[in-house]
Design a protein around this ligand. Structure first.
Ligand code: NAD
Length: 505
C-alpha cells in the first residue's frame, strides 16, 4: 500500500496554483465541531427530498446538469488555477458529470421503483413480496484531489438521485471548485440537500461519525482507516482506492495504437489518475518497436498549465517527491530514462513525462503506486510471464491488453486479477457507467456506477410482505394445533426437496 498523507489542516486558508504559486482563492475551513449540526440540517432536508419521488428529483438533477453545461468555462478555469492542469486535462471532468446525470435522469425512476419478488415455493405465492429502495439519509463523500470536480460529484449525483442528502468533504488540497459546484446546485433551484465540510483528517472523521453511508475515494492506506472508523457505528462504506494498473502488449498488437494509448494512459493528468497506466509488459518480438513509438509520442508533449499544453503540473511537492523517489530508485538499480528522469529547473511542481526501460519488479516504479508521470516498460518472454507479472501486485484496479485478436485478448483479460480490463484501449471502462467501476485486492471495496446498482448502493432495502388476499390469511401461529403445524412443515420439506432430489441425480 502507498503511504497515506495522514493529513492535517494546512496552516493557511489561501490555496495556491501549484504551477505558478499564484493565489487561486481562499477557503473557510469547517470546524469539526460544526459537522454534527451540518449533518442534522441535511437529515432534516432529506425527508422532503425523498418525498419528491424519483420523478421530482430527476427534474432537479436535470436542471443542475444544464447549469454544469452552462458554467463549464468558469469551472474549468478555476480547476486549472487550483490544480495546475493543462486545459486538455481540465476539459475531461464536467462532461463526465453531465453524462452521469443524464443517464440517471433517464433511468432513476425505474431503478428505484419497488421490485416484486417471486415466491420461493409455490405455496408461498399467497404472499406478495416487494423490495423497496429507501435512501440512507445522509451520505458522506470523502474525495481526493486529482479530479476535484469529477470526484466531488460523480458519486454525489447518484446519491442525490437515490434520495439521499450528501455531505461532501473535498480534499484539503483542492477545496475551491467544490464551493463553485455547491453554488451551482443552489443557484439551479435545488434544495439544501448538498453541503460541504471543508478540511482534512479531523473533518473527515467527523463526517464518518455523522453519516449513514461513506463513499470514500483515496489511497488504500487511508481507506483502511476510514473503514475502521466507520465500523464504530457499523456505517457501511464503499472504497475506491489506489492502483498500479498494468498494460500488456501482445506480439500481434497494433503497435502505434498501443503506444498512443500507453502515453495518454500514463501521462493524462500528469499521471495522477487512479486508473493510469503505471507499468507496461511487452512481448520481446515487438518491444523495440513499441518503445520507439512511445518515445516519439512523448517527445511531442508540451508541458505547462492551462491553454496550449498537453501535460500539466503535479499537485504539490509531495507528489513530485514520490515520483522523483521512484525514478531515482529505478535508475540506481540499472534502469534507463529515455525521456525526462529529472526535475526541471523551472518553478512550479512540474516533473517531465518519464519513460523508463530495463525495469523489473525489484524497483519501486513497478510495484508501488507512483501516481505521477512515469511509464516503465518491461520486456517479457511470454504471455504467461506478462500475466504473472501483471498479477504480482497488492493492487487490482484495472488493466489493459493490446492484440488484434480480440478473442485472444479476452482470454488474457479474464486471467487478470482486477476490477476491469480494457482491450485495445485504456481507461475507457470509466466512461461505461452502466458497468461497475471498482477494485479488487487493496484497490477497493464495492463499486461505483453500474447502472441501477449505482443508485441502489445508497439505499437500504425495505421488504414488505403482504397477503394477496385476506381470505385464509395467517401462518405458523400458536393457535394452530401441533398436528397441523407438523403437517405443514412436512409438506414444506417435501416441496423444498423436489429440486435438490432431481439435481442430485
Ligand atoms: P488520501 O487518501 O491522502 O486522501 C483522500 C481523502 O481522505 C482526502 O479528502 C483526505 O482529507 C482524507 N483523509 C486523509 N486522512 C484521513 C483519515 N485518517 N481519515 C479519514 N479521511 C482522511 O488520497 P489523495 O492523496 O487525496 O488521493 C490519491 C489517492 O486516491 C491515490 O492512491 C489514488 O489512486 C486514489 N484514487 C482512487 C480512485 C478510484 O476511483 N479508485 C480515484 C481517484 C483517486
Amino acid at each position: 500500500m502507498t503511504a497515506t498523507s495522514d493529513v492535517e489542516l494546512p496552516d493557511t486558508s489561501t490555496i495556491r496554483n501549484p504551477a505558478t504559486g499564484a493565489v487561486a482563492g481562499t477557503v473557510r475551513w469547517t470546524d469539526p465541531a460544526d459537522v454534527p449540526r451540518i449533518a442534522a440540517g441535511l437529515r432534516q432536508a432529506q425527508r422532503q427530498w425523498e418525498a419528491r419521488g424519483a420523478k421530482g428529483r430527476a427534474k432537479v438533477l436535470a436542471r443542475y446538469a444544464v447549469w454544469l453545461g452552462d458554467h463549464r468555462d468558469e469551472i474549468e478555469s478555476l480547476l486549472i488555477k487550483e490544480t495546475g492542469k493543462s486545459a486538455v486535462d481540465a476539459a475531461q471532468e464536467v462532461p463526465l458529470l453531465i453524462m452521469i446525470a443524464s443517464y440517471y435522469v433517464k433511468t432513476m425512476e425505474k431503478a428505484l421503483a419497488p421490485e416484486k419478488r417471486p415466491a420461493p415455493l409455490p405455496f408461498l405465492s399467497i404472499k406478495k413480496i416487494e423490495v423497496h429502495y429507501r435512501p440512507r439519509p445522509v451520505v458522506g463523500i470523502i474525495a481526493p484531489w486529482n479530479y476535484p470536480v469529477a470526484n466531488a460529484l460523480m458519486d454525489a449525483i447518484g446519491a442525490l438521485a437515490a434520495g439521499c442528502a450528501v455531505l461532501l468533504k473535498p480534499s484539503e488540497r483542492t477545496p475551491l471548485t467544490a464551493e463553485l459546484l455547491l453554488r451551482g446546485w443552489l443557484d439551479s433551484g435545488a434544495p439544501e440537500v448538498l453541503a460541504l465540510a471543508q478540511g482534512a483528517r479531523e473533518v473527515s472523521e467527523a463526517v464518518i461519525d455523522n453519516a449513514d453511508f461513506i463513499q470514500f475515494t483515496g489511497s488504500s492506506a487511508t481507506g483502511a482507516k476510514v473503514m475502521e472508523r466507520a465500523a464504530r457505528r457499523l456505517t457501511p462504506v464503499s472504497l475506491e482506492l489506489g492502483g498500479k494498473d498494468p498494460m500488456i502488449v501482445l506480439e500481434d498488437a497494433d503497435i502505434d495504437l498501443a503506444a498512443h494509448a500507453a502515453v495518454w494512459g500514463a501521462f493524462f493528468n500528469a499521471g495522477q489518475t487512479c486508473v493510469s497506466v503505471e507499468r507496461v509488459y511487452v512481448l520481446e518480438s515487438v518491444y523495440d518497436k513499441f518503445v520507439d513509438a512511445v518515445v516519439r509520442d512523448v517527445e511531442k508533449l508540451k508541458m505547462g498549465a492551462g491553454e496550449g499544453f498537453d501535460f500539466g503540473s503535479l499537485i504539490d511537492e509531495t507528489q513530485v517527491a514520490v515520483t522523483a523517489r521512484h525514478v531515482d530508485d529505478a535508475l540506481a538499480k540499472g534502469a534507463r530514462a529515455l525521456t525526462g528522469g529529472k526535475r526541471p529547473e523551472s518553478e512550479g511542481n512540474f516533473y517531465p513525462p518519464t519513460v523508463l526501460v530495463d525495469v523489473d519488479h525489484s524497483m519501486l516504479c513497478m510495484t508501488e503506486e507512483t501516481f505521477g508521470p512515469t511509464l516503465p516498460i518491461m520486456k517479457v518472454a511470454s504471455v504467461d510471464e506478462a500475466i504473472r507479472l501483471a498479477n504480482d501486485s497488492p493492487y487490482g484496479l484495472s488493466a489493459a491488453v493490446f492484440s488484434k485478436d480480440i478473442e485472444r485478448a479476452n482470454d488474457v483479460a479474464v486471467e487478470l486479477d482486477c476490477g476491469a480490463v480494457n482491450i485495445n484501449d485504456v481507461i475507457s471502462n470509466l466512461m461505461c457507467t452502466t458497468a461497475p467501476m471498482g477494485g479488487w485486492k487493496t484497490s477497493g471495496l464495492g463499486a461505483r456506477f453500474g447502472g441501477a446498482d449505482g443508485l441502489r448502493k445508497y439505499c437500504r432495502q425495505e421488504v414488505v410482505v403482504a397477503p394477496r388476499t385476506n381470505v385464509g390469511a395467517g401462518g405458523n401461529y400458536y393457535n394452530n394445533s401441533p398436528k397441523a403445524l407438523k403437517r405443514m412443515n412436512t409438506l414444506m420439506t417435501k416441496l423444498a426437496l423436489i429440486t435438490p432430489k432431481r439435481a442430485a441425480k
